[in-house]
Write a protein that binds this ligand. Structure first.
Ligand code: HEC
Length: 101
């Protein structure tokens, strides 16, 4: 995998921080659906050449959940207060069963 340049990562982090108040959850503090979470959080990097493409790779759901909870280098970790277990399980399933775009 190609190394992520510091400027790219800083830009992405800054952009995500700016988007965060509206990006994380609705007024009830919960995501409506796993699809919405993927579209608003994961796609922000993973469909924008900041993170590797996730769809169509049959990534195991356990792997996706582990990376999301613990993070990995430039990949930020998300706490259960940000993405709860139920929504995350749905996101992982969605990625695992997705086809390449
Ligand atoms: C701020 C940008 C950003 C966001 C938001 C983000 N990721 Fe990532 N993700 C990355 C980057 C960058 C990597 C590559 C990390 C590395 O290998 O250095 C990565 C790696 C991953 C990997 C490992 C991919 C592989 O090829 O092994 C998975 C799985 C993953 N992310 C899932 C998710 C999911 C699910 C979400 C949404 C809940 C998400 N990410 C949100 C930036 C992001």
């Amino acid at each position: 995998m190609k190394p992520w340049s510091a400027p790219t990562i800083l830009l992405a982090a800054a952009a995500l921080a700016a988007a965060a108040p509206s990006a994380f959850a609705d007024s009830s503090g919960k995501w409506k659906s796993s699809q919405e979470t993927y579209d608003k959080v994961c796609a922000y990097c993973h469909e924008a050449n900041v993170g590797p493409v996730l769809t169509g790779r049959k990534l195991p759901p356990e792997y996706v959940r582990a990376i999301v909870r613990s993070g990995n280098r430039a990949m930020p970790a998300f706490r259960p207060t940000e993405i709860d277990d139920e929504i995350l399980a749905g996101v992982a399933k969605l990625i695992a069963t997705s086809t390449a775009k």
